[in-house]
Design a binder for this molecule. Structure first.
Ligand SMILES: [Cu+2]
Length: 374
């Protein structure tokens, strides 16, 4: 009898231990994320599953009874400006607020389980539209999130304790993170976007174990949308949509980038160094009719490098440098001054509205931008 009591007590202790070990978030392996669509009780990733359908197969709430649904609980996140998708894993909800605090809540009651207070720097540039955040990713017992000050951090899913934190970008130049990473095995893929500032966005992969940066690519424009991963005819791709940033004149610059092991495209602008700048920076000049090539700020520059004109306007490109220079529309070659010897000039009339980047063919690291408005 006594033995049986001890045996029972041991069993209960073992069960309790087992429960502690299988705490929420602890058993979210990558394989479980891959099977997310077959896990009706949970919302495991930003898109719920890797199909990205955001479709829940649950049926208790349906078209006939939905009118009876009433609020069960609410939790004050102490912020404004959320664009958040909560994750729910084995009864625990993971949410963020606009100051990048991360919360774990009891998903049935709204009771706070833990809160991690990420400290945004005091000199964070202010945003006319405020701060926001779209949530976290959870894998292998970790909650992984990017922050407005371009940090990536991993918390212990069970306790909210900080496991690692890395600097992905420089918030002082406008680099910031608003979307959660997408998990691919032991890698977290995340876009770092500059919004209204002059630096350009990039997509990067980090080790979920250590936070080590494994890969990075300049996408030219802001990259604050979550990336996707897919395969066609046996070739795997990673894709991300980039763009926006109207204040920098890139309203026409939206693009989607697809990467694979057989990729051949370079970063948006040659040459590689400096790797963090992917296009012309600085103010956009209006009301100018000439662009000087070479000579002014050194031989290899267009001045002004960014110009806004009206449809039908002409720009005269003058070579004021010592070497032959030219202006050639990049990508599609819509217009071209040809290579002009020292002292020569050529006028281009812009009849098609759009955003044109151009380079000097003999010196392709010289680049400029013409925005043609309707
Ligand atoms: Cu040149």
């Amino acid at each position: 009898m006594r033995h049986r009591t001890i045996y029972l007590a041991l069993c209960i202790a073992a069960l309790l231990l087992l429960k502690a070990w299988s705490a929420p978030g602890q058993d979210v392996t990558f394989d479980r994320l891959l099977q997310a669509e077959k896990d009706p009780n949970n919302w495991l990733t930003y898109f719920r599953d890797y199909r990205g359908w955001r479709f829940s197969p649950l049926t208790q709430i349906n078209t006939t009874n939905v009118k009876r649904v009433v609020p069960k609980w609410t939790f004050d996140l102490e912020g404004a400006g959320l664009q958040l998708t909560p994750l729910v894993i084995d009864g625990v909800m993971y949410v963020t607020n606009s100051n990048h605090h991360i919360f774990a809540l009891d998903a049935a009651t709204g009771k706070l389980l833990w809160r991690y207070r990420h400290k945004l720097p005091d000199d964070m540039p202010s945003r006319i539209w405020g701060r926001w955040n779209r949530g976290v990713a959870v894998v292998d017992g970790k909650v992984i999130a990017g922050t407005m000050d371009a940090q990536i951090l991993a918390l212990e899913a069970k306790t909210g304790k900080l496991l690692w934190q890395v600097k992905a970008g420089d918030y002082k130049t406008g680099e910031e993170i608003t979307s959660p990473p997408i998990i691919a095995k032991q890698k977290a893929l995340i876009g770092v976007a500059p919004l209204e500032f002059t630096r350009r966005g990039f997509i990067a992969a980090y080790s979920t174990e250590t936070g080590e940066e494994l890969w990075r690519f300049q996408t030219g424009f802001g990259a604050d949308a979550p990336p996707v991963i897919y395969e066609v005819d046996g070739e795997q791709f990673v894709a991300i949509a980039t763009g926006g940033n109207q204040l920098q004149g890139s309203a026409y610059g939206d693009a989607v980038w697809a990467f694979s092991l057989k990729g051949q495209l370079g970063p948006l602008w040659p040459p590689p160094p400096p790797p963090t700048v992917a296009g012309p920076i600085g103010p956009i000049a209006s009301g100018v009719s000439t662009v000087r090539m070479g000579g002014i700020n050194g031989e290899y520059s267009f001045v002004p490098s960014r110009v806004r004109v009206k449809k039908g306007d002409s720009l005269t490109f003058i070579n004021v440098g010592d070497l032959p220079h030219g202006a050639t529309a990049w990508q599609k070659g819509e217009w071209d001054t040809g290579v002009l010897p020292k002292g020569d000039q050529k006028s281009i009339t812009f009849n098609q509205p759009g955003n044109y980047y151009y380079i000097c063919l003999p010196h392709p690291w010289m680049y400029g931008q013409v925005i043609v408005e309707e």
